[in-house]
Design a protein around this ligand. Structure first.
Ligand code: SF4
Length: 190
């Protein structure tokens, strides 16, 4: 199943790449925010709060439909923490039903085997997660020690592509350990 989904994703990515070369009359990548609330508090971030409710599902569906009507190639959820939206899987399914590529940017804290399998079923194409340091500090709690189990679950269960980012901060003394840990995850999710 993972190979089939990967092949389908590659073909659709190539189609969108060619469409992007052929014409400039449509958006290539749009980030949409289903909720501004976040479950952690990175020191470098001002794009979240602790109180906002989820954007109503009907509103999100209408926005996705509008982006699809515009011919958007890739629609990616950002935040806040988008996995706090109760209908995220439904929203991902709408992106895929409209023939668009679906992405998710998350801090990974809410990841579990069950949630990963639900994201597979919804049709998620790619996930971006940040791992900023090995040990949590006052700047970032997106740490390898706290998220290592989530990365192992992603390596084991995810059918979608995974991109790991690091926000470069004060943890430069940890980068050799961070790199080694991330390469180990990469080996298990070819
Ligand atoms: S996880 Fe993302 S949205 Fe939440 S505080 Fe950190 S950078 Fe901001």
């Amino acid at each position: 199943m993972r190979v089939l989904r990967k092949t389908s994703r590659r073909l659709r990515s190539v189609r969108e790449f060619v469409r992007g070369l052929a014409g400039t009359d449509h958006p290539l990548l749009v980030h949409i925010i289903p909720i501004r609330r976040c479950n952690i508090d990175c020191g470098y971030c001002n794009e979240y709060d602790k109180v906002s409710p989820p954007v109503p599902t009907d509103t999100m569906l209408a926005r996705i439909d509008k982006l699809a009507d515009l011919g958007t190639s890739v629609i990616a959820f950002s935040g806040g923490e988008p996995m706090l939206h109760p209908d995220l899987d439904l929203l991902i399914g709408r992106i895929r039903a409209r023939g668009r590529i679906a992405g998710l940017i998350t801090n990974g804290y809410l990841m579990s085997p069950k949630r990963i399998q639900a994201l597979n079923e919804a049709g998620l194409d790619y996930l971006q997660i940040s791992i900023d340091n090995v040990e949590p500090d006052e700047i970032s709690k997106k740490s390898l020690r706290l998220l290592d189990k989530k990365l192992q679950w992603l390596a084991e269960y995810a059918d979608f592509d995974i991109n790991i980012n690091s926000v470069v901060g004060g943890a430069h003394d940890q980068y050799a350990r961070l790199r080694a840990g991330l390469l180990d995850v990469d080996r298990h999710h070819p």
